[in-house]
Write a protein that binds this ligand. Structure first.
Ligand SMILES: [Zn+2]
Length: 76
């Protein structure tokens, strides 16, 4: 099972979850404040289809899946 990284828009905390591919789009709750967290872009994310070289600036697993910012605390 792949590991997915999530960030909480409420407290800004990040955590990892082991999930099946079928669970990827399910809601993940922040272990700290129990709020719905957003999945971060992982190194094998679906950005590959968008552009050839642009994805390299987003890679590294530190970007918020929603706002593409490294500080997802502002994307709620
Ligand atoms: Zn939180």
């Amino acid at each position: 099972m792949p590991i997915y990284e999530y960030c909480c828009p409420d407290c800004g905390g990040k955590f990892d979850l082991l999930r099946r591919l079928s669970q990827v789009d399910e809601v993940a709750l922040c272990p700290v404040c129990n709020r719905e967290a957003r999945r971060l872009i992982s190194s094998f994310a679906s950005f590959a289809r968008d552009a050839g070289g642009v994805s390299t600036s987003i890679g590294g697993g530190s970007s918020c899946a929603t706002c593409s910012s490294s500080s997802c605390a502002t994307c709620g």
